[in-house]
Design a protein around this ligand. Sequence first.
Ligand SMILES: [Ca+2]
Ligand SMILES: [Ca+2]
Length: 580
Amino acid sequence: MHNHNLQLLVHKAKIAELTPEIKQDGVSLMKVHRTSNPNYLFIDLEIEENAVAGSFNIDFYKDGKVQWSYKYVLLERTKDADKREGFNNSDIIYLLMPDRFANGDRGNDNMPGMLEKADRNNPDGRHGGDIKGIADHLDYLEQLGVTAIWINPLLENNMPAYSYHGYAITDFYKVDPRFGSNQDYVDLVAKAKSKNIKIIMDMVFNHCGINHWWMKDLPTADWVHQFDKFTRSNYRGEALMDPHASANDKMIMSDGWFDSGMPDLNQKEPLLASYLIQNSIWWIEYAGLSGIRMDTYPYADQDFMNRWISSLYEEYPEFNIVGEAWLQTVPHTAYFQSTTFPNDKKSSKLGSVTDFPLCYAANNALNHKDSWTEGLTGIYMTLSEDFVYSNADSNLIFLDNHDINRFATNIHADWDKWKMGMTFLLTTRGIPMIYYGGELMMEGDKSKGDADLRHDFPGGWKGDVTDAFKGVNMTEKQGKALEFTKKLLKYRNDNPILQTGKLTHFIPQNDTYVYFRHDSTTAYMMVMCKSDKPVSLDLSRFSEILDSFSSMKSFKESTFDSKPEQILVSPMSATIYQFK
Ligand SMILES: [Ca+2]
Ligand SMILES: [Ca+2]
């Protein structure tokens, strides 16, 4: 590893009374930390270049005698692990909630020692989906055209109820047995890789579940933020960069608990900081990850987050991390990207943020009449603010996710609007993400509770009447939506300029928004038309781009014709034209 230092956390009754020793070539014990809790020792090791893989004993002494011994295993690195490539805008990401995607192993639905039992009739309960369910359906995802999967957290959530979402982690090193084993996860990553699908791990550093093992015996008093009475975060990420913000508001934002069952971790505590950084590096190395999605990014200590990212990039320079920055405006969102690596030449490779402002703009565009600021102009306005981002091309873009209304619901399941939204998502700048079921126009309304956003994927459970994996008993709309999504994803995957080409857009006119992705060899023109009548589009307005090209074809056509002077655009449509 680039960093030769390793810190071990040892938890055992009265362990602090003992003194550890190690006799192993290439491994040096540098320092031992004791805290106010005698049940912990933290041991700093230096692993030298010449250290050989294998096991060695850590002997714990008292009064000149070994009282306890622990066999530690040092593993060989995977070849070229440091050259691991992250995800980028050549990818199409599929977000899925493992408990709700497919139940591949009914034998793990209930597991000894795990408090919550499966109950598919409870919308907020565990439904039994698991890693095998994902592994069994990688073919479906490959054929759909996605190249990366972000899976909601798979780590142990041993909570009494409402833990299916995975965000109340009770062991940072262990996959929840109701999803499978650590080895199952490693095997899933390898199987996905064989299909050129990357796996992005969802991590949570802001908080843990209140049933985390260390909550019963905290390593240090300041391991989690504690208050005289329960203090909830104000969820106002804006307070962090607001020049007029109250210091108390900022503190409550960062240090308040996300929920009563989610204690707020204090990343300023150096021993916890090392624990979390090493945990990420361990998962990347052990499982072979291609990316991390960091939950509730603004809520953690930002100095720590910068250090965390630097540490990961030192080990994996080509890696990528997307931070969930759920904020309403562009500058608030961009703050978390542009400050990640100020003036750093590597900044273009990281600092991927979730683009909520564009998500809201795209949803609103299809429901609001065009005006000076609303409708399609809202998309135009939002993208015109891209100058605030250090690299908007690496923004994660989406129409919906597991926390907000499903897109199909927002547009009242209107087929034309749905096609327009999907076409926009797959052709504008950024890294597109589809939320599972989005390809079937699955609906979900947050006002009915989060469970409505997270329905079981049809076909994931034995006995499901509809099986979308196999195309059995689907509604006409589901079938059409799936076919359209496949075609659109294939088109993006086959045409790299749609992924990385320059975005140039034109001020919306006549309820019509025209934008291009282009380089010197090819241009793609996207026309989103919300007019209720056909619109005649004069191409001379776009001559700054189109003068270099002589022929054109639409998305549906297979051969090029000579470039026309005008195009007749259908009402309520989004069309892609290719020029060469
Ligand atoms: Ca299961
Ligand atoms: Ca926090």
